[in-house]
Design a protein around this ligand. Structure first.
Ligand code: ACO
Length: 325
């Protein structure tokens, strides 16, 4: 029996040139490198330059992913951008990226699931590739959280950074077995009862302003490990794999303590976790493709590897994907 799988063909990433260290932040708010490093594992973050937008970074990451795949913009017929920091309220930032890449065919739209955005966007693209005429998708996570942070709020401003990452996903006819390449299982969840735990205090239909990030950190932390474990457990169950079968665990890069806690609960080998949060802090929807880009570039992730992605974020939203690279 034949079955279409969404196979990853290329990965790209981009971080803005300006690096802001924990020490530099300690000059802005009452914090310290020691506090931030001990609680989160974050050492530095990258911040966009004036005029550098979510679309600007998305285009650079997209071009890098296309080059990695040996493809051109003409080969792409679907763009799904995960972002909570669009250039404008509308149109979707994905269409700006589409235009800047010179693509005039196919479709482009944004997906908004905050830090889980990339997992939701990749699962969306997977369903389009399996169930429609689209052949190749560009899935991007790009965020300029620096523009929605309250730089006087030490509870949040130390945690986030800017960046973009992208993957090219291609519909390929495979066997329909768990030895196939491509996305093998997905699990997405949301529960809006928790929407006030991590949110932005503005919006087009409420205040008419953009607003700033607000968070109940300990509550987010409390839910993160259990929700991540639940969704990863479901994904493994769906596919029939065990935690010990996973070659690389590539989680949303929010906080090293959350990642290690979830890995411990799931029985995942700590040496198999890709961690990049120290280098770019929490870049929301961009963090998973940035971590994938790092681990593919340095040779850790290789074709045939079983790669598990997971994320949890505002909403709450959470989800996981199992991919054979
Ligand atoms: N520097 C110094 N002190 C700070 C800072 C800071 N940047 N931020 C908060 N504090 C203070 C608080 O004001 C509080 O002080 P108080 O006790 O006098 O009121 C104290 O530190 C809280 O300390 P802890 O209880 O030790 O903090 P905790 O261990 O809960 O760590 C943290 C806080 C890091 C925010 C943690 O709760 C966390 O990581 N939560 C998850 C948040 C997250 O990752 N959000 C990202 C989006 S969601 C996602 O991606 C999963």
């Amino acid at each position: 029996m034949s079955s279409i799988r969404s196979v990853i063909r290329g990965v790209g990433g981009y971080l803005p040139a300006r690096v802001v260290t924990n020490e530099e932040l300690a000059g802005l708010v009452d914090t310290s490198d020691e506090w931030i490093t001990a609680r989160t594992g974050i050492r530095e973050r990258h911040i966009v330059a004036e005029g550098e937008l979510t679309s600007t970074m998305g285009v650079i990451a997209a071009k890098a992913a296309l080059a990695d795949a040996g493809l051109t913009p003409d080969d792409i017929d679907l763009i799904v951008l995960a972002t909570s920091t669009p250039d404008q309220t509308f149109p979707a930032t994905a269409v700006t990226i589409q235009a800047e890449l010179g693509i005039t065919h196919g479709a482009a739209f944004d997906v908004q699931a905050v830090c889980s955005g990339f997992v939701f966007a990749l699962a969306t693209a997977d369903n389009f590739l399996k169930g429609s005429t689209f052949k190749r998708a560009l899935v991007i996570g790009s965020e300029t959280f620096s523009r929605i942070l309250d730089w006087e709020d030490r509870n949040t401003c130390v945690l986030f950074g800017d960046g973009a990452g992208a993957v090219i996903v291609e519909a390929q006819d495979q066997n329909g077995s768990m030895s196939d390449r491509g996305i093998l299982a997905t699990c997405l969840r949301s529960d809006g009862r928790y929407r006030d735990k991590l949110y932005v205090d503005g919006g087009p239909s409420s205040t008419g302003t953009v607003g700033h990030v607000r968070m109940d950190g300990p509550e987010v932390f409390r839910h993160a490990v259990s929700k991540i474990s639940e969704v990863v457990g479901n994904t493994l169950k769906q596919s029939g794999f065990q935690a010990s079968d996973i070659d690389w665990f590539v989680p949303h890069q929010a906080n090293r303590r959350i990642l290690n806690g979830a890995a411990r609960k799931l029985g995942l080998d700590p040496g198999r976790i890709v961690i990049t949060v120290d280098k770019h802090a929490n870049t929301s929807a961009a963090s998973i493709p940035l971590a994938l880009h790092t681990a593919c570039t340095d040779g850790r992730i290789k074709p045939g590897d079983l790669v598990l992605l997971e994320a949890m974020g505002g909403g709450f939203t959470w989800g996981a994907l199992l991919i054979r690279w």
